[in-house]
Design a protein around this ligand. Structure first.
Ligand code: ATP
Ligand code: MG
Length: 511
């Protein structure tokens, strides 16, 4: 048997060199490497020791458990890792390892068994210090969480959307619209617009503004999940003006209460303006209408003062009567002014009582007949009024008396005045017809406004308050008034009052 010593030596040299080289590689790598067997660190490289603040000699032979915060976490690690290693698979995880000085570093760990079939041969572990990356990750997560808290806890609803679809919304936005966040995310904003038309109109305006590089600020109605509407102040801006596809940030502020308050203020101002107008119209009416009766009173009083003794009793009586009539006229006017003032301030009392309409209206007809004199024939008829009904007698008297006195007043040549009352089908109907001067069509629409008088009244006295009071009185009865008239031919006023609908007839009540 021949041997070849030079060849053996060469092989031995090569083997030593390769061992040395691989040792150098293991030593100079940035990765920590440890060989563990029987739960001990059999060998560690320089990087592994330095990573944890040890000298290599301090770790070699040590129990692996010293790298763990406590015994329990080491056991948990073992329970997770060893079954894998035994089955020939690697164990990979990120773990906190304990340094010599008690501090911790985050490591990415990769472990494999030297020989899965023979656990006694131990396992090889490589570790990379990932503390810095972890810290960055944690601080990023922290700042994301902080941002989330800020965005979630703001009073403003916020949505991030792309192509009008919500990709993210905050809690406030969802609550504002009565949804859960999950119900909105991924949906088109169409779902919270009142209708398709308003959605499209908004899109058209908003995206044109945004495309021109300006933010979009607007106020719109939005629809909540329950169908109710809220007013929102909406502010939108592109995330990146140079790349519109990156989406838009929208903020929504519920301004329903503010809008309501604005509307209330506007209504109150309108009401005040109306009352002011009423006041000035009242001043001009009284200065005009009070002049005539006052002049009558003054001249009659002067005549009585100067010639009382010489006047025949009949003429004296006439003078006293004209004073009384003038005072009555002024009292009536003041009464009307007072009533309309109350009505405008919504202070008119509505107190219905059971009323026998046939008797009540018959008396009104008698009074008018008496006041009208012989030139007018007041005809009264009543049908179906066999049971009392609930009406406010004071208001109804006001309304019907004015309609009847108008019919007489605006028929200066005399003639027939027909007053018809009929009850049936839960309704009371009143009709006052005359054959007088009539009302020009242009004036008919404004008749019920305070102080409005038609252009054809000539010298017939009046304040223009009567019909306004009629309207208010009938409104309180939830009824309606209609007029039909032709100049020169005559006029019909028709009043209808429902007797059901909250206004029960007294007969029904007794049943
Ligand atoms: P008053 O306050 O004294 O009643 P007025 O009769 O002028 O004054 P309204 O009763 O409110 O006021 O009527 C308003 C206007 O409607 C009248 O001025 C008149 O021009 C017109 N009008 C009302 N009733 C008739 C009628 N039967 N025929 C013709 N015109 C009428
Ligand atoms: Mg009148």
């Amino acid at each position: 048997m021949t041997t070849n010593p030079p060849t053996i030596e060469r092989r031995q040299d090569e083997f030593k060199r390769s061992l040395f080289e691989s040792g150098t590689v293991l030593e100079s790598t940035l990765v920590g490497i440890a060989l563990a067997a029987d739960r001990r660190l059999a060998w560690v490289n320089e990087t592994f020791a330095r990573m944890l603040g040890y000298e290599r000699a301090e770790l070699t032979g040590q129990a692996a458990a010293i790298l763990y915060p406590d015994g329990e976490s080491f056991e948990l690690f073992g329970a997770a890792a060893y079954p894998l290693l035994k089955s020939g698979r690697p164990y990979v995880s990120e773990q906190r390892l304990k340094c010599k000085d008690g501090s911790y570093i985050w490591c990415q760990i990769y472990g494999t068994a030297v020989d899965p079939r023979n656990p006694a041969r131990g396992s090889v572990w490589t570790t990379v210090d990932i503390s810095e990356r972890k810290e960055l990750q944690e601080s990023l997560q922290r700042s994301l969480a902080e941002r989330d808290v800020i965005l979630q806890s703001t009073l403003v609803g916020i949505s991030f959307s792309v192509n009008r679809r919500h990709l993210w919304v905050n809690e406030t936005f969802a609550t504002m619209l009565g949804y859960e966040r999950e119900e909105l995310i991924g949906q088109l904003s169409l779902m919270h617009f009142p209708d398709l038309e308003s959605y499209e109109a908004f899109g058209y305006t908003a995206y044109r503004i945004l495309a021109s590089g300006r933010p979009c600020v607007t106020e719109r109605w939005q629809k909540r999940k329950d169908g109710s509407l809220i007013w929102c102040e909406i502010y939108g801006n592109y995330v990146d003006p140079d790349d519109l596809a990156k989406g838009t940030i929208w903020t929504y502020l519920d301004i329903t209460e503010r809008k309501r308050a604005e509307e209330d203020i506007r209504a109150a101002l309108g009401k005040e303006r109306e009352l002011n107008e009423l006041k000035s119209r009242f001043v001009s009416m009284t200065s005009h209408e009070f002049r005539t009766p006052l002049a009558t009173i003054l001249s009659s009083a002067e005549l009585l003062e100067q010639y009382s003794a010489r006047l025949p009793p009949r003429e004296r009586e006439d003078l006293f009567r004209s004073i009384r009539t003038a005072v009555e006229r002024m009292t009536r006017m003041l009464d009307n002014v007072l009533t309309i003032g109350k009505a405008e301030a919504n202070m008119l009392q509505f107190s219905p009582v059971p009323t026998d309409l046939a008797k009540f209206c018959g008396r009104l007809a008698d009074e008018i007949r008496l006041a009208a004199g012989d030139r007018h024939a007041v005809e009264f008829s009543c049908e179906g009024a066999d049971a009392p009904v609930l009406v406010d007698e004071k208001l109804l008297r006001h309304a019907l008396t004015n309609l009847l006195s108008n019919a007489v007043k605006y028929s200066p040549g005399g003639g027939r005045v027909e007053f018809r009352v009929s009850l049936g089908e839960g309704t009371a109907r009143f009709e006052v017809r005359d054959h007088g001067i009539g009302i020009p069509p242009e004036d008919q629409a404004r008749l019920f406004e305070t102080f409005h008088r038609a252009r054809n009244v000539g010298t017939i006295a009046g304040t223009g308050l009567g019909l306004a009071i009629v309207k208010k009185s009938i409104d309180l009865h939830r009824g309606s008034v209609a007029v039909e008239s032709a100049p020169g031919a005559g006029t019909v006023f028709r009043v209808t009052i429902p007797l059901g609908n909250g206004l029960v007839s007294a007969g029904d009540e007794r049943r």
